[in-house]
Design a protein around this ligand. Structure first.
Ligand SMILES: Nc1ncnc2c1ncn2[C@@H]1O[C@H](COP(=O)(O)OP(=O)(O)O)[C@@H](O)[C@H]1O
Ligand SMILES: [Mg+2]
Length: 173
């Protein structure tokens, strides 16, 4: 079943929040979801302790680069969708998770720094396509977008992504 990974080498861009929101949407649609917490800070474990999660959402904790592929494959066998929440620093584990993903989602806020971090993640996806010898679809998407106005920086970043043929999701968080 499809594996969706949230990737960014930058912390605080909204990976964990988006992973939880997406898992909630799939669960609300009656789908079985496994959420993999692959961040040593264990944000999803903390989240699951706050409130009981729906029966259709199962949390798996992954410990390291050595285990991530097996964790993903085990989850894949047990769910309609697997969502992987990764750490915010560049590690081998992120590369391995990308190589096993059917879709990579890269969140960013509309800042120049976030855009350059997102571009690094895109580069990593391109490298992992070569490793896995297959296409690995990915999309970048904006988080913490002000509801009314799209500021100039956001529009500039949009244009740069478009010039570089980097696909941007119309959905924002
Ligand atoms: N769309 C959003 N609007 C407001 N706050 C957000 C949004 N997305 C994330 N946050 C907040 O930003 C912080 C970092 O988000 P988080 O999902 O933990 O990022 P990451 O997993 O990339 O480190 C959290 O406190 C989270 O509640
Ligand atoms: Mg996180």
């Amino acid at each position: 079943m499809p594996v969706i990974s949230f990737v960014s080498s930058k912390g605080g861009v909204g990976k964990t929040t988006s992973a939880v929101v997406l898992a909630g949407e799939f669960a609300a649609a009656g789908r079985k979801v496994v959420l993999i917490d692959a961040d040593p800070n264990r944000p999803l474990e903390a989240w699951a302790r706050l409130k009981s999660t729906p029966d259709t959402v199962r949390l798996m904790i992954d410990d390291s680069a050595e285990t991530i592929i097996d964790t993903i494959e085990e989850a894949r066998a047990n769910a309609d969708f697997v969502i992987v929440d990764l750490e915010g620093t560049a590690t081998d584990r992120i590369g391995f998770a990308i190589a096993r993903s059917d879709l990579v989602l890269i969140p960013l806020q509309s800042s120049v720094l976030d855009a350059s971090e997102a571009a690094k993640s895109v580069k990593l996806v391109h490298q992992m396509r070569k490793v896995a010898n297959r296409d690995i679809p990915y999309r970048v998407f904006f988080t913490r977008v002000p509801p009314a106005i799209r500021e100039r920086t956001a529009r500039d970043i949009d244009r740069q992504f478009s010039d570089a043929a980097i696909p941007v999701l119309p959905a924002t968080l």
